[in-house]
Design a protein. Structure first.
Length: 751
């Protein structure tokens, strides 16, 4: 029952990134000494504030006895009497629901008169009196009396029951629009006294309601923004999996950034992809789905409804396009509007939290999606452009921006990977295939494994006689002491980025052993061509003059691989060549523990598999079956396969038991490398408490306690068991070597 929501909420599987906020609000509500202030959530529309407040109510309803949670969402276009009656009914129903522990009472459909009779029948005379007074005020058309009676009710309920009431008021800023006297003054002021009685939570969607005007200013204001990039990308990935939409992680990151982490926007984009049977696998897919949703699809419908109160599109677009605050006088002069007409548009925008006012100026504060929608309706409705023309412009803008962002991400990531690899050079010996792209590609082709990007297979390509021997020999790396970018040493040069690494050979730290590695980095998807090679060799020759070392090693690393001619030229000139795929293998080779046999053959890309386990009985057996199939294909013997399966079952049980994530889904990632199987076990990025996985001693009979010994079991079954820190928690990593670490005095390299 604790997972049942009285008010509609999205499935837990679609809710991300707000757990700490909800925990904070629940703690504030249940503080018996009222040390915590009220909380105001200020948020743009559709960022999840209603979801947060309803989940706070759900948590308080099921897990606390200190306060009675009462959730109320203010509505549009209601009279003072209608509001008062609706509010009183909600307070009474939720009070009865909480005290009787009967959630169905909160959704009871009853008139005010019917509710009065229900209270009288159950001897709730004091509460019945509130309903009776409301009915009298309604008959007398006394709005002031009705509002005052309603506003005072939560405090009276607390006094009657002896339990404090925790008010959760959603869209409190709409209370300004509910007038109860001839001057049209809103009812917000009537709630100040009620809110000063104890901790509360309220949300506002505009800046028209200053929080300092509530509860004497004793409030904690929290700006609820969109989800963080990590949470937003994870949410989109989970939704894609749930709805069968293919995706690329980098494209999801670009989408989350464009949508500013807004949950409503993200759900609509993925739903559009699901409906059309498309995936989010490329920039073109993303651009097409986004533009359709914003111009004529589901997001467009929502925004059209929200902006229906805007009376002048010219003013709206001027605010959007302004690079800074603009004065009201400037807007009236530019569009020849009177004060009343301008105020109508500006007030409508402010009520939607799209504008902010400061010292007579106005400034746009809406999101990027709303800007794109406004551009579309302005260009088609005011400028008279065709819808297809405007859509084409939006698609072009997204593709151009996305390409730049993607290129920047690739450049940064590849350079970081390369720098990390260089800094880990410490005199190791690695297979020569990892530094000679041509030979590496031919090895893959000879094993019928396909070819590398940018290096298509050739039907007739006999290797040079010396190449196979050199390529399959080991290369001893230097001990690198530092790495930096060559940009500061070059002037007016263009071409591949060059990193410079200083080090020493043979662990001899003297001038005779000093070495410099010059590494060109091409992070384009296009392969290295002859022009890139000539450019790098020329620039490297110039850079060499700046070093007094006796030895310089040249190396080119390319994300897109190398053309056949470029690889041959680099081999002839003694320049190492490595594609991104080789670099990944090189880093894994460098990270292998001492004693593990490293071979030049079988250097194939790792295979990765992902499994998501739901919170259900025997879910860990699914993981065990997957582990058995993968380890069998890799060539593990029966004993090792049994050990892997047993360790993984124990890890999954611990992940389910100790996880702090309420959804309790366990994510598994299997990485099958040439010499090992690595399994990553995590729970939605939150992890589990590693302190609970440690043995806790023995009982009074001298036998070990059951709790905590699962960790020892896993360590006994696997070659490596470790924890890795993630944002918000940890994950457990299990490693089993296909090629055993040799024991002391044992030179056997394989099982």
């Amino acid at each position: 029952m604790k997972d049942r929501s009285i008010f509609n909420t999205c499935p837990d599987s679609e809710f991300f990134g707000r757990s700490s906020l909800i925990d904070h609000m629940v703690a504030s509500a249940s503080d018996p000494d009222h040390r915590h202030p009220g909380i105001i959530l200020s948020a743009k529309r559709w960022t999840g504030k209603t979801e947060v407040l309803r989940r706070v109510h759900r948590e308080l309803f099921w897990t606390n006895s200190r306060v009675i949670p009462v959730y109320y969402q203010f509505k549009d276009s209601v009279s003072a009497e209608e509001f008062a009656e609706d509010y009183i009914k909600e307070v009474v129903k939720q009070y009865l629901s909480f005290t009787r522990r009967d959630p169905s009472m909160a959704t009871l459909q009853a008139t005010a008169g019917g509710l009065e009779r229900l209270l009288l029948d159950n001897d709730q005379l004091d509460l019945a009196a509130f309903v009776s007074r409301h009915l009298e005020a309604r008959r007398a058309s006394d709005s002031r009396a009705a509002i005052k009676n309603a506003a005072s009710m939560p405090a009276s309920v607390a006094k009657i029951s002896g339990i404090n009431v925790y008010l959760i008021l959603d869209d409190l800023d709409k209370s300004r629009e509910i007038g109860f006297d001839s001057k049209g003054r809103g009812i917000t002021g009537e709630f100040s006294e009620a809110l000063s009685m104890g901790p509360f939570a309220a949300s506002v969607s505009s800046t028209t309601l200053p929080p300092e005007g509530l509860a004497g200013g004793y409030v904690e204001t929290m700006d609820l923004k969109g989800l963080s990039p990590g949470d937003a990308s994870q949410m989109m990935a989970e939704l894609c999996r749930a709805w069968g939409v293919g995706f690329d992680a980098e494209i999801l990151g670009l989408a989350a950034e464009r949508l500013e982490g807004n949950p409503m926007y993200m759900k609509n984009i993925i739903w559009a992809a699901h409906r059309k049977g498309e995936g989010l696998t490329g920039l073109k897919n993303l651009a097409g789905l986004y533009v359709e949703a914003v111009t004529t699809g589901s997001i467009s419908s929502v925004l059209r409804s929200a902006l229906k109160g805007v009376v002048d599109l010219r003013v709206l677009r001027a605010c959007v396009k302004s690079e800074g605050p603009v004065t009201r006088e400037r807007l009236m002069e530019r569009f020849r509007l009177n004060e009343a007409a301008l105020s109508a548009t500006l007030d409508a925008l402010a009520s939607m939290n799209l504008l902010e006012f400061d010292l007579g100026t106005v400034a746009w504060k809406g999101d990027r999606v709303t800007e794109d929608f406004i551009e579309y309706i302005y260009s088609t409705g005011v400028k008279g452009k065709s819808p297809e023309e405007v859509k084409t412009w939006l698609v072009r803008d997204i593709l151009k921006e996305g390409f730049v962002r993607t290129s920047d991400n690739l450049r940064t990531r590849l350079a970081e990977e390369l720098a990390a690899a260089l800094k880990s050079f410490d005199g190791q010996t690695v297979p020569g295939l990892l530094l000679r792209h041509g030979a590496f590609a031919r090895t893959l082709r000879s094993d019928d494994k396909g070819s590398l990007p940018g290096h298509p297979p050739q039907p007739h390509h006999p290797p040079q006689p010396h190449q196979p021997t050199q390529a399959h020999q080991g290369v001893t790396l230097p001990c690198i002491t530092g790495c930096f970018d060559a940009a500061g040493m070059e002037k007016n040069e263009t071409g591949p980025r060059i990193l410079i690494a200083h080090g020493f050979h043979n662990r001899r730290y003297d001038s005779g052993s000093e070495v410099v590695w010059l590494v060109g980095v091409k992070d384009s998807a296009a392969p290295v061509n002859m022009g890139d090679v000539e450019n790098f060799i020329r620039r490297a020759s110039i850079l060499v003059d700046g070093f007094r070392t006796a030895r310089v090693v040249k190396w080119m690393v390319a994300r897109g691989g190398f053309s056949e001619e470029a690889a041959e030229r680099l081999d002839r000139d003694g320049v190492y060549s490595t594609a991104a795929e080789q670099l990944s293998l090189l880093r894994k080779n460098l990270a292998a523990p001492t004693g593990v046999k490293k071979t030049a053959t079988g250097l194939l890309p790792d295979k990765e598999f992902e499994v998501v386990l739901p919170a259900s009985k025997k879910a860990e057996l699914v993981a065990a079956r997957a582990a058995g199939e993968i380890s069998t294909e890799m060539g593990f013997d029966e004993e090792a396969i049994g050990q892997i399966k047993a360790a993984l079952v124990e890890a999954c049980i611990n992940a389910f038991e100790h996880s702090k994530d309420r959804s309790t889904r366990v994510h598994l990632r299997f990485v099958a490398a040439a010499d090992r199987l690595t399994v990553y076990v995590s729970n939605a990025g939150i992890g589990f408490d590693e302190t609970l996985l440690k043995p806790t001693g023995r009982d009074q009979g001298g036998l070990p306690h059951k709790r905590g010994w699962g960790m020892e079991l896993m360590k006994g079954l696997m070659d490596e068991v470790r924890f890795e820190r993630l944002d918000g928690g940890t994950r457990i990593v299990l490693v089993k070597y296909l090629i055993k670490k040799p024991e002391e005095g044992d030179e056997r390299g394989a099982r």
